[in-house]
Design a protein around this ligand. Structure first.
Ligand SMILES: *[C@@H]1O[C@H](CO)[C@@H](O)[C@H](O)[C@H]1NC(C)=O
Ligand SMILES: *[C@@H]1O[C@H](CO)[C@@H](O)[C@H](O)[C@H]1NC(C)=O
Length: 376
């Protein structure tokens, strides 16, 4: 996630219009009827395919991502950037993982862009989960959509929405990939990693590959803002640091996860997102979720073991390019791993504010152009 900026703060005007028109709880847009159709579609697709294609081994899976727009006050991104970012996220994902579903999360129908709604109407594997505008009950507290000044309450809300949506779809998927909405695209099916590491319950990807120690600095800056001393006492902070330690390029670093991209078994993901939301409530801190994601990752390593909770440092399987450029390419023009095997990276993150933003944006538009044209 993008550190301290509240992702897509809706304006007060938008929030008012949202509150005006709509019931506050959890309507699911494209739900029930779509499911039966999906299953049929899947059976048909499967029977039409060559029997031994490796994708047939892939688990039932979905991308889960928060995508909503605010007309007046979109923060760092314009409405168009948010919408296009989401479209590219979905298109690149469906290109890479055609058999997986996409579940887009938005508060209400008014906050979902027409382009996104149109994609969802044309393709039953692209669903929208409307989570409402709260308030949400967690840890004995009532968490609102906006604060007293009418500002978005904070990025931590996403964890409540993931939790709510994961519960709604419980039993339908084996694996879930959680991804930021507007600043990331796929180059390769991330659920290949589930097949490659079947024992892993959760797979995290590292924060800043150009400077791994920034992950710790951010954690150390955020955790003192938790109002519960149980969650930030020095011995705990030290043990987290120790537990996350590993070698990267021949040096020891404690590697912190970026909360903008996480792969996991559906039940482990639900456990992660609900624990993060509970800790946010206990800490009374909703502005940023990344530190709590890392804290729960630590608890889960302790509980389940390191072989169940994996970490790939940034630049190994994915790249978060907010602070650096990339110089490794596959023959067909995708971003490749650095190790000389020229395999595609799975995900390109923060491309919109990367030093190579223009090139990377053009690249993903080019790669998804045919897919999008067929669905216009
Ligand atoms: C969405 O679909 C409707 C009906 O087909 C169309 O009129 C409209 O232009 C589309 N909007 C966008 C933004 O693609
Ligand atoms: C995108 O496609 C255009 C037209 O085919 C081409 O000129 C351009 O080099 C491509 N850009 C990238 C980054 O692949």
């Amino acid at each position: 996630m993008d550190k301290f900026e509240a992702g897509y703060p809706p304006s007060a005007a938008m929030a008012r219009s949202v509150l005006r028109g709509l019931a506050s709880c959890c309507a699911l847009a494209v739900g029930g009827t779509a499911l039966a159709l999906d299953e049929q579609a899947l059976i048909q697709t499967v029977s039409r395919r060559a029997p031994a294609a490796p994708e047939d081994k892939l688990p039932r899976s979905a991308l889960l991502t928060v995508c909503f727009v605010s007309k007046a006050s979109p923060g760092r991104h314009s409405v168009d950037q948010l919408t296009n970012g989401c479209v590219l996220n979905v298109a690149s994902f469906k290109l890479a993982a055609p058999q997986s579903d996409v579940i887009l999360i938005a508060p209400t129908e008014e906050n979902a862009a027409d382009k996104i709604k149109n994609l969802s109407k044309k393709d039953s594997s692209i669903k929208i989960s409307y989570v409402g505008t709260g308030p949400w009950e967690v840890g004995g507290q009532s968490i609102p959509f906006q604060n007293d000044e009418g500002k978005f309450y904070g990025n931590g809300l996403k964890l409540l929405w993931y939790t709510q949506t994961l519960k709604k779809f419980q039993g339908q998927y084996d694996y879930i990939f959680i991804a930021d909405g507007a600043d990331l695209y796929f180059q390769r099916n991330p659920f290949e990693l589930a097949v490659e590491y079947p024992g892993a319950d959760l797979v995290f990807f590292g924060d800043r590959g150009d400077n791994p120690s920034k992950g710790k600095q951010f954690f150390d800056r955020m955790m003192p803002r938790c109002e519960s001393s149980k969650r930030n006492e020095p011995s705990l902070m030290d043990d987290v640091d120790e537990t996350f330690m590993r070698e990267v390029d021949g040096r020891q670093f404690s590697i912190y996860a970026n909360s903008g991209l996480i792969l996991g078994k559906a039940d482990a993901m639900l456990s992660l997102t609900s624990q993060v939301a509970e800790i946010a409530a206990e800490c009374k801190f909703w502005i940023s979720d990344q530190s709590f994601v890392n804290l729960v990752r630590y608890y889960m390593i302790k509980e389940r073991g390191e072989d169940k909770v994996l970490m790939f440092p940034d630049m190994e399987k994915t790249a978060s390019l907010g602070h650096y450029s990339w110089y490794y390419w596959t023959e067909d023009g995708w971003l490749a791993t650095k190790d000389g095997t020229k395999e595609r990276l799975y995900v390109v993150h923060q491309y919109d504010r990367a030093p190579q933003a223009k090139l990377l944006t053009e690249l993903v538009w080019n790669k998804t152009a045919d897919w999008l044209r067929q669905r216009e």
